[in-house]
Design a protein around this ligand. Structure first.
Ligand code: GSH
Length: 251
């Protein structure tokens, strides 16, 4: 019992991560998010949880030495993963839609089926054209010209889209599609830091910059914000094969 209490106390310490052979038991009725503090996919789920003010607990998983108990919960071994009362849901987009359906307050998904389809198509474009090139540019430290070209093209298209849609991709208010893209668009300064050419060519996207500022003012964004400098350090060490999951935490 003492050991469980100790694990439970640890769980409450934000940022702790769990590897090893055991994980604190999940209490009935509690929603748990298996996460990793610097994961942009998990940030999607955290944004939705924050926006909808859903109570939950976090277990940050040691993804480098993936524990057996985690693979039993999610055989893909990926975060984000949600668990509650024996129900397990993973894949970031699926977790977010699931939360929006199960917790109806502060609805994020459009009720119009055509608008939902339009959003899904744009997100599909974003996932296939923006996200992979974002990582290619970062990994090559800006030396992959083709990836940089593709990333700029995608950014231009995203800028055109927000110009058509209004204040947010969801129109007048922040909606699911905004939160689904934010984790990578928030990390754009990271690309610029590694790649001055990219910075110069991407600086002329006024509508996207205005959207970024509006996003930064959202309570859910502020609540889940990560310090970009800490993230840059994390990413550098991650690329070297040594992700510092504890980075930036109080001792
Ligand atoms: N398609 C997944 C989703 O949308 O949830 C991707 C999630 C993902 O790649 N998460 C990373 C992960 O769990 C952390 S940022 N990596 C562990 C691994 O690749 O083994």
């Amino acid at each position: 019992k003492k050991a469980v209490q100790k694990l439970d106390d640890e769980l409450k310490t934000r940022g702790k991560f769990f590897g090893g052979s055991s994980c604190p038991p999940l209490s009935p009725g509690t929603l748990r998010l298996y996460s990793m503090r610097f994961c942009p996919y998990a940030l999607r789920t955290r944004l939705v949880l924050a926006h909808k003010q859903i109570p939950f607990e976090t277990v940050n998983v040691d993804l480098k030495n993936k524990p057996e108990w985690f693979l039993k919960i999610n055989p893909k071994g990926l975060v984000p993963t949600l668990e509650k009362d024996g129900k397990v849901v993973y894949e970031s987009l699926i977790t977010c839609d699931y939360l929006d359906d199960v917790y109806p307050q502060n609805r994020l998904t459009p009720s119009d089926p055509y608008q939902r389809a339009l959003d899904a198509m744009f997100l599909d474009y974003f996932s296939n054209k923006f996200v992979p090139n974002f990582y290619k540019v970062l990994r090559s430290k800006g030396k992959d010209d083709e990836a940089r070209h593709e990333l700029l093209k995608a950014l231009q298209k995203i800028n055109d889209e927000i110009s058509k849609r209004g204040k947010f991709f969801g129109g007048d208010e922040v909606r699911m599609i905004d939160y689904m893209m934010w984790p990578w668009l928030q990390r754009l300064p990271l690309v610029c830091q590694f790649d001055p050419v990219f910075e110069a060519s991407s600086s002329d996207l006024p509508e996207l910059s205005a959207w970024s500022e509006r996003m930064q003012a959202q309570p859910a964004v502020q609540e889940t914000d990560i310090n970009q400098e800490i993230y840059a350090t994390f990413f550098k060490q991650y690329l070297e094969g040594n992700p510092p999951y504890d980075l930036g935490l109080e001792p």
